[in-house]
Design a protein around this ligand. Sequence first.
Ligand code: ADP
Ligand code: MG
Length: 446
Amino acid sequence: KWNDILENLKQEHDISDVSFKTWLLPLEVHSVEANLLKILVPEENMGLQYIKKKYYIPLKVSIEEITGLELDIDFILPYQVTDNKPAPAPNNYNSGIKANAGINLNPRYTFDTFVVGENNNLAHAASLAVSESPGMVYNPLFIYGGVGLGKTHLMHSIAHFILQKNPSAKVLYVTSEAFTNELIEAIRNENQSANTEFRNKYRNIDVLLIDDIQFIIGKESTQQEFFHTFNTLHENKKQIIISSDKPPKEIETLEERLRSRFEWGLTVDVQPPNYETRMAILRKKQEMEGLVIDDDVIKYIASNVKSNIRELEGALTKIVAYSKLSTSTIDISFAETVLKDLISPDDGHKEITPQFIIDTVADHFNLTPAILSSKKKNQEIVFPRQLSMYLCRDLTDASLSTIGTILGKRDHTTVIHGIDKITKEAETNESLQNVLDVLKKKINPS
Ligand code: ADP
Ligand code: MG
């Protein structure tokens, strides 16, 4: 019936193929209760507001035409369907976060959704201990490990936990990139109060979580400012939690005095998960999202995607997405075909391709690669798209027209324009230089 409704909508309102595929096809029916139909918008970034504004009425009309029912419609996001709990009660602490820190915690990154295995049990235990008694046990807590192994998930879990227990706690989560850019802005701003404001923001808090500290390494002024922030907080027994891709002693350009500070507390690592843990993570995700997938397929994914939990999740998502487009049942041979790009024979070494760059940029800005290649022209999307063009040109041998094609069939003049824009702006804009720096390190860590 849902397909009929969509088809009717498309016909009646003369919706273009592209709009249809972009906005309507990804929608799913989540549930019908009494006369309320809940529709799941599969991704936060998909433009919920736009969908509501543009398609709410047409959808209502089509539903009535096809089913004869007059239903109310509610749009929901994936995190609102986790478990069977009703959408996380408009948590009273969120306002606290906004009021005192303006941060954005991913509501899905909590201890509840974190699977503990041999690879991360120490990091998990230390995170819990710090959450229960911030500033009292391990300070700082330093969590390190490779990409996609759960560091950010743990940090958000700590922040959620502390705020849940004490909604008025001042908890600040930042990436080291954001810290650097705020510092750059504060310094550039001639106005002395900008500087004071920056210091007040970072020194009058109870808990500071700073993610991916490796990205401030080698930036002297940032290291200095962070050193003072660290000292002020530490002296006042305020909790500091740091994540990085390496342990302090292996970060080469880290100032000695910062390194020794980091070693005052506890350093824990997260490692790639073993087979059992990979299975547990897949099952948990399957359960959370209400997916029904053959156990053999789950085992196939767990045996083949090994090094990174983000890719593990990505494999599952990809299979589910493809299975909706095709009529074949999801079995191992289906999984093999769908995942053939993801499962490389030599796990580990990654070639830098334009697609990899686009994926990394999209991830960095919390967007999907599909949106970067779409026709959308809002600045929040144009800017990362142009960054992708610039980085593809800089880091690969791809021609302008190849880059344009991958990024949504754009012609080479559009690509030249994008690259020029970034190049010119980077000459004077220090924050942009910083963003480029971070992205390059993410694309090519060595
Ligand atoms: P990192 O910050 O180390 O690069 P993330 O915390 O962003 O990694 O984790 C990548 C993805 O894998 C996230 O979607 C996260 O929820 C998931 N993930 C990581 N570790 C676990 C775990 N132990 N249990 C469940 N999901 C996990
Ligand atoms: Mg992270």
